[in-house]
Write a protein that binds this ligand. Sequence first.
Ligand SMILES: Nc1ncnc2c1ncn2[C@@H]1O[C@H](COP(=O)(O)OP(=O)(O)O)[C@@H](O)[C@H]1O
Ligand SMILES: [Mg+2]
Length: 274
Amino acid sequence: MTSPTDRTGPGAKLDPGLDALIRSLQRTAPDRVFSAHYNGERLWVKTVARPRLRSSVLMQKVVATVFALPLLRPARNRGGAGGLMDEADALRKVAAAGFPAPPVIACTPDWLVLGDAGEALESKLNSLRDRAPDDCWRLITAASILLGRLHAAGLWHGGAQIRNFSWHGDTPGLLDFEDHQLPGMTLAEKQARDLLLFVYSLTRYDRDATQPRLPAVAAHLLGHATPEVRASIRKLRRRMAWLLALARWLAPHAGRDVRQAAAADAALAAALKD
Ligand SMILES: Nc1ncnc2c1ncn2[C@@H]1O[C@H](COP(=O)(O)OP(=O)(O)O)[C@@H](O)[C@H]1O
Ligand SMILES: [Mg+2]
C-alpha cells in the first residue's frame, strides 16, 4: 500500500485507499474533525469550516475599532478550501521552526489530514483539576513554556486557548491553527492576543481561592514577553479600564464569564506590576 504523502493545492488527490476511508467515515462522523486509522496509524481529518457569521465578525471589528485595539480584531478564517490551506501552511511553518505541531499528511479542497499529536491536553486537565491540582498546573506550566518559546522564536499561534494544546508522552504540543491569520496586527499584537487567550482560558482551572496558581503562569509569560507585547497588554488594560472595573465590581454576583474576565485581568495586572 502506498503511504499517504503531503499533496496540497486545489487539484490535490489523496491516496485512493485513504480517500475512500475518509469518505465513508465522513458519512457518519458527528463532528467536523474526526480521527481515522489508516495503515496502522491514527490520523485526524479536518473538514471545511463555515466562515464565521458576518454579523459577529462585524461586531468584533466594531469593538476593535471603537477601542482602537487591533489585537481585538477577528482572525481571518476564509472557511472552505482556502481555510484548510491556510491552516496547513501555518502548521508547516511552525513545525519547520522545530515546534511540536501535527504533521500535514495531505491537504485537499475538502480535507486537511494530519498526523496524531496525542491526547487533547484539555481532557487531561479536566480529569486532574479537582483530584490532583499540582499535576494539572504542572501540565499547564509546560504548555505556557511552549507558548513562550514559540513567541521567542518570533512566531504566534492565533488560537492559543488551552483547548488547542495536546499532550504526548510527557510533553505539550500545539493544535488547531485555524485562527492563525491575523491581518492588521503587528507581531507584538498577535503575541499579546495569544497571551490574553491563553490566560483567560486557564481561569477555570484555578479553583482554590486560597492558593491561586494563575498569577505565577501569567508572571512567567509576561516576564518573558517582549517590551512591545507587554506594552500592548498595558494599552488594552488602559483602554478597557472602565469595563474591567465594572467586571471587578460585578464579579462576586455575576456569571462565570465575568468572574473569569476579572480573574484573568487580576493575574495580568499583577504580572505587569501595575
Ligand atoms: N492532529 C491531532 N492530534 C490529536 N488530536 C487532534 C488532532 N487534530 C484534532 N484533534 C482533536 O480534535 C479536536 C478538534 O480539533 P481542532 O483542530 O482543535 O479543531 P476545532 O477546534 O476547530 O474543532 C482537538 O481539540 C483534538 O481533541
Ligand atoms: Mg480547537
